[in-house]
Design a protein around this ligand. Structure first.
Ligand SMILES: Nc1ncnc2c1ncn2[C@@H]1O[C@H](COP(=O)(O)OP(=O)(O)OP(=O)(O)O)[C@@H](O)[C@H]1O
Ligand SMILES: [Mg+2]
Length: 282
């Protein structure tokens, strides 16, 4: 099978500082792949390099087996990004309608009415939200609009940079459920960054651990949950996330927002990292 995304020995340099050092990665079509690592380890830089927003010094990136050149319109129809902060990523003085219409205009798509309605329905907002300004929305509703805006061009890959870490726990669970639902409905491929190992373990089949711009190791979510890791750094990450709660009920629907990530300390089924190792930033 041709990989959805292939990254080969990627280096990103900001002047003399190497933010990514020979990072390689393959993500299969329909897979949800996680990136974890402490702050500054290069997770966002990797996503930004894929969309052409970070200076690539060497290495290559391919989409569906084709090496990328300039990130043109065709690329942006296939790859969309959702950022952590829905307050920063949506213009506060634009209506939801305008926010959703803009990418359709840029890409010259004609069936705009139908696409806007479908996108709002898909993210559980409905047409009642269509003419609200984004400053009139809650954080969770804003993030739903950001997801709708990313989906409206029908991409095949979503790059998700901490998509729920600005939200409180119950809203976080709703938005994660929504993302999982659209991934399954549309057969999307996800590359997802999160500080929260429980979120990554639930949302992703595999993941890569990063430190100082380097790939430390790749694991399956099951390896992570079972503590089958080979590198000390990953053990420290697990230790630092003491209270990592494995999600119990993966069955959910959009209407029924079953929390998938329990607040730490409640109804824990599996916990990690209570061995008293030094706490390092996750
Ligand atoms: N535009 C830039 N110019 C200079 N250095 C940068 C730039 N963007 C990122 N960096 C540096 O690259 C390194 C990796 O940053 P990056 O944002 O990728 O980290 P991260 O893993 O996403 O961290 P966090 O979890 O805090 O979001 C950091 O040391 C950061 O300071
Ligand atoms: Mg980041």
């Amino acid at each position: 099978m041709t990989s959805a995304l292939t990254i080969t020995r990627l280096e990103v340099a900001f002047n003399s500082f190497r933010a990514l050092k020979r990072v390689s990665l393959e993500v299969q079509p329909g897979e949800s792949f996680g990136l974890v690592g402490e702050s500054g380890s290069g997770k966002s830089t990797l996503l930004r390099a894929i969309v052409g927003l970070a200076p690539i010094a060497s290495g290559r990136i391919a989409l569906n087996g084709r090496w990328l050149g300039r990130r043109d319109r065709h690329f942006h129809r296939r790859v969309q990004m959702v950022f952590q902060d829905p307050y920063g990523s949506l213009h506060p003085r634009q209506t939801v309608d305008r926010l959703l219409r803009e990418p359709l205009l840029i890409h010259g798509l004609t069936d705009r009415e139908a696409r806007i309605r479908r996108a709002l329905d898909e993210v559980g907002l409905g047409s009642g939200f269509r003419f609200r300004y984004s400053h009139q929305l809650s954080g969770g509703q804003r993030q739903r609009v950001a997801i709708a805006r990313a989906l409206i061009l029908e991409p095949s890959i979503l790059l998700l940079d901490e998509p729920t870490s600005a939200l409180d726990a119950s809203v976080q669970a709703e938005v994660l459920n929504l993302l999982e639902q659209v991934r399954l409905d549309r057969g999307l491929t996800f590359l997802m960054v999160s500080h929260d190992l429980a979120v990554i373990a639930h949302m992703c089949g595999r993941l890569m651990v990063m430190q100082n711009g380097e790939a430390v190791e790749q694991l399956t979510a099951q390896d992570l949950v079972s503590g089958r890791v080979t590198q000390d750094y990953t053990r420290r990450l697990l230790a630092a996330s003491g209270g990592f709660v494995r999600i119990r009920n993966p069955e959910h629907s959009r209407d029924q927002a079953e929390p998938i990530v329990k607040p730490r300390g409640e109804n824990d089924e599996t916990r990690f990292g209570r061995g008293g190792l030094e706490r390092s930033p996750v």
